[in-house]
Design a protein around this ligand. Structure first.
Ligand SMILES: O=C[C@H](O)[C@H](O)[C@H](O)COP(=O)(O)O
Length: 222
């Protein structure tokens, strides 16, 4: 297994310690989450049901025999576990590399606690090394792209990709993310934007980081 995957796996397995038995659990999307689902299935922990954030995650849950429930069936969630494309010292994130950011933010917002699982390459002092994914209504794509240019970004359509919600993704490079809260809100104020991959209002409460020196548990450093 490649080193980065091994670190993702270690973080995912460590996060199992925070999972409460006989409770509902929100589960994100991506390769790190896939390791988590595998570890959960192999553990003795039995959850009441998982709220999924994507077709990909639902498929993995099904293949590992973990029961799925919809968000509408639960009255909030004690815990949400998900990966990130980048995460900073305040545990604010860029997400959406896999295109699941809208459903991820919805489920994260329903949870009392958000634990991010990641390998050390995702931890950064400044967000913005990766392009910011923005989910747009297809009919507003060009309009939104022009507005993103005005915000200083360089949008590029994710070719051949449709989100689970039937929308498109603009990956926006070179945005100034020194004030990520303002940027998250400014982009979401553009008509036609469904949501963007900045998670500042729903930042993580805990980061379980797979490092070559061992797994680290980090909280926000203000
Ligand atoms: O849409 C995808 C999600 O936001 C993922 O959590 C993010 O892309 C990280 O994925 P991975 O664990 O594969 O690096």
């Amino acid at each position: 297994m490649a080193i980065q995957d091994e670190l993702k796996r270690q973080a995912a397995e460590k996060a199992l310690e925070y999972v409460q038995e006989n409770e509902y659990l929100g589960i994100g999307t991506g390769s790190t989450v896939r390791f988590f689902i595998e570890a959960l299935a192999q553990s003795r922990k039995r959850i009441k049901g998982a709220v999924s954030t994507s077709a990909q995650t639902s498929e993995a849950l099904k293949s590992f025999g973990i029961p799925e429930v919809t968000l509408n069936e639960v009255n909030g969630l004690p815990l949400y576990i998900d990966g990130a494309d980048e995460i900073n010292h305040l545990l604010q994130m860029i997400k959406g590399g896999g295109g699941a950011l809208v459903n991820e933010k919805i489920v994260a917002s329903a949870a009392e606690k958000f634990i991010c699982i990641a390998d050390e390459s995702k931890y950064t002092s400044r967000l913005g090394h990766v392009p910011l994914p923005v989910e747009v209504m297809p009919n507003a794509r060009s309009l939104v792209a022009r507005r993103l240019l005005k915000l200083g970004g360089e949008p590029e359509l994710r070719l051949g990709f449709t989100t689970d919600n039937g929308n498109q993704i603009l990956d926006v490079a070179n945005l100034n993310l020194n004030e990520p809260i303002k940027m998250e809100d400014a982009i979401n104020n553009i008509p036609g934007v469904v949501d963007n991959g900045l998670f500042t209002h729903y930042s993580a409460d805990l980061l379980v980081l797979g490092c070559s020196s061992g797994v680290q548990i980090l909280t926000a450093k203000v």
